[in-house]
Design a protein around this ligand. Sequence first.
Ligand SMILES: [Zn+2]
Ligand SMILES: [Zn+2]
Length: 271
Amino acid sequence: MFSGAEFDNLPAVDMHIHTVHCGHCSAEMTLPNIVHRAERLGLKQIAVTDHVWNEQQLAMLDVLEQEFEVVEPQITVRLGAEVDVDPRHGDGRLIEQIRPCFRPLIIATHAYPQSTLMWYDDGHVSRRTKRSLLKKWFRWVTAAVRRENVDVLAHPGVLLSREGPELRFEAEILDRFTDLFGVMRAHGVAFEINEQVKFKLLGPQQLDTYHNLPALAAELGVKFSVGSDSHQLAQIGQLHWASRIARRAGLQAADFRLYKGCGLVKRPAKA
Ligand SMILES: [Zn+2]
Ligand SMILES: [Zn+2]
């Protein structure tokens, strides 16, 4: 067990956790178990942010909301969502269907725009096709972060990383992100330092240069969020790689903008 202050450059929080309702978590990921685990670890705040890929999954948020009502945590617990910028439409309209009480609202892209290709589908398309999909990706995500109530962009760069194993987060790749980060700053959308990115990048060249992405975002005035993207209890609060990336990007705890607005939130009862 560790205390939440283990990562001296991160706030003692975990703002990206999934539940058993998403269909690909371990069965132990119930709301009470998640809260209990986070309390034991000494975290001060967590956000439960389950996947919404399509309209059918909106009903799951209602189920979670009911479960959330009876939780009595000893730490601050928020009920948010990780909503996909729906690849069928490419304009992020699914985001607007999430009720504004689910905060933080994290937006993510797990598939290429107007395509059924997922981020892990390597080797099925030519590099040229991927390049054109990525051009679309920047247009698509830039439009999505402008939508109302968006708080965080999940795991930036993961889709881009699949363009080819030799790609590094340097030079022209960073140029591509400059406009997007400008829009994120203007709309108050945070860059998420996500622990699971360490498993998704392709090889040491990408792992060794990924910190350039948050460093550029920080330089452009973007704020940060941090999450384990847990799908198992043991992953909650495990932010070792995130802490290392934040350090290499020159970030400090004050660079993280925790969602503070209204929404579904439970705070510890005063003694
Ligand atoms: Zn995700
Ligand atoms: Zn996630």
